[in-house]
Design a protein around this ligand. Structure first.
Ligand SMILES: Cc1ncc(COP(=O)(O)O)c(C=O)c1O
Length: 305
C-alpha cells in the first residue's frame, strides 16, 4: 500500500507511516475497532462519494450497538472524508474509516478514553494492485462449512473488526479448496452471505437475496434492491434455502469495492454464461449511478467540492 498517502487522524492530516497504535491497545488486542469501507468515483462534476451519508449512519449504528461514542458529528466525518480525498489528490478509489481505542488495556471492557477516528483514502490501481476485469472474469464460490455468526452471539449489524474472523476462516477454507470467494449459510441453514459480500440469486427473472437479520445491512445490497425495483425488476428478500444455489439462473456477490461480482462457479456447478442478463442490467444501473449519469439517484452521490 502506498506509503505517501496522508491520513486524517482526529482532525489532523498525518503521514501514512505515523498512523500506528500500540500492540497492547484495546482495539488491537480485542478487535474493538469499528470501520466503514466507502467508494468514490469520477463523475463529470469531479469525485463523488457513493452513499456517504448511509455509510456514516451505519458507522454511528455500529458505535451504538457496541456502546461506543463517536467524538465527531456526522457532518464533521463527511467533511473529513471529502478532505482526505482532496488532500491525496484522488479522483476515484476507496475510503476506509477506522474508529479505535488506542489506549493500552488489559481488560475486556474498553477504556473510558474517547475513540480515535482515522480516515484513509486509497487508489485501487496505485495502492491495491488494481481490481482487474472482475466483472468479465467473475468469481468462483465455495459454500463454506463455517456458519455466519449468529446474531444472538454478537451484534452482527456492527461492522466491527472482531466479527471478521468469521469471514476470514470461511475465505481461507474456500482458498484451500481452490475457490476465490465464499458463501456462508446462517446457523439455521439458510443462505447468508460472503466473507465481505452480500449474495444475490436470479430465479425466474426475479432477484432474490437473504433478508436482513442474519446478514450485514450492506449499502450496496440496499442500493441494488432500490435501483432494481425502480427498473421494474421483481425483488424478494426472504430466507433462502441453499438448494437454490443449484437451480438459480444467475448468482452474484455485491460489495462496495466490486458493486456486482458475477459468480461463474459455485462448488462443482459451473455457470459459464455469467454474467447473465439480470446481473448485467443491475451492474449497468449501478455504473450509471456512480458515474453521475442517473438523475433518479443523484442524491446517492456526495460531490467533493
Ligand atoms: C459481511 C459483509 N457483508 C456484506 C458486505 C457488503 O457491504 P457494503 O455493500 O456496505 O460494502 C460487507 C462489506 O464489507 C461485509 O463485510
Amino acid at each position: 500500500m502506498s506509503a505517501n498517502r496522508m491520513v486524517w487522524l482526529n482532525g489532523d492530516y498525518i503521514p501514512w507511516e505515523n498512523a500506528t497504535v500500540h500492540i497492547m491497545s484495546h482495539s488491537f488486542g480485542r478487535g474493538s475497532a469499528i470501520f466503514e469501507v466507502i467508494s468514490f468515483h469520477g463523475t463529470g462534476r469531479g469525485p463523488a462519494v457513493f452513499r456517504l451519508q448511509a455509510h456514516i449512519e451505519r458507522l454511528f449504528r455500529s458505535a451504538e450497538l457496541l456502546e461506543m461514542e463517536l467524538p465527531y458529528s456526522k457532518e464533521a466525518l463527511c467533511d473529513a472524508v471529502a478532505g482526505t480525498i482532496k488532500r491525496n489528490g484522488l479522483r476515484q478509489g476507496f475510503i476506509k474509516i477506522i474508529c479505535f481505542y488506542p489506549e493500552v488495556s488489559f481488560e475486556i471492557i474498553p477504556p473510558e478514553s474517547p475513540l480515535s477516528v482515522s480516515v484513509f483514502a486509497l487508489d485501487p490501481e496505485q495502492d491495491l494492485g488494481g481490481l482487474g476485469d472482475y466483472f468479465k472474469e467473475g468469481t468462483t464460490v465455495y459454500v463454506s462449512n463455517w456458519r455466519k455468526l449468529d446474531p444472538r452471539t454478537v451484534p452482527i449489524e456492527a461492522k466491527a473488526a472482531a466479527n471478521y474472523l468469521n469471514g476470514m476462516v470461511a475465505r481461507l477454507e474456500a482458498r484451500k479448496n481452490g475457490f476465490k470467494n465464499v458463501i456462508m449459510l446462517d446457523t439455521q441453514g439458510f443462505i447468508a452471505e460472503g466473507g465481505t459480500e452480500s449474495a444475490f440469486l436470479v430465479k425466474d427473472g426475479c432477484l432474490l437475496t437473504p433478508s436482513t437479520g442474519t446478514v450485514l445491512k450492506s449499502i450496496t445490497r440496499m442500493s441494488i434492491l432500490e435501483s432494481a425495483r425502480e427498473a421494474g425488476i421483481e425483488c424478494i428478500e426472504k430466507q433462502l434455502k441453499p438448494e437454490l444455489l443449484d437451480s438459480a439462473a444467475e448468482i452474484f456477490l455485491s460489495s462496495t469495492p466490486f458493486k456486482v461480482l458475477p459468480v461463474k462457479q459455485i462448488n462443482d456447478r459451473k455457470l459459464p454464461d455469467a454474467p447473465g442478463p439480470v446481473t448485467r442490467q443491475i451492474a449497468e444501473l449501478l455504473n450509471a449511478v456512480i458515474g453521475g449519469n442517473d438523475d433518479r439517484f443523484e442524491n446517492w452521490l456526495y460531490f467533493v467540492k
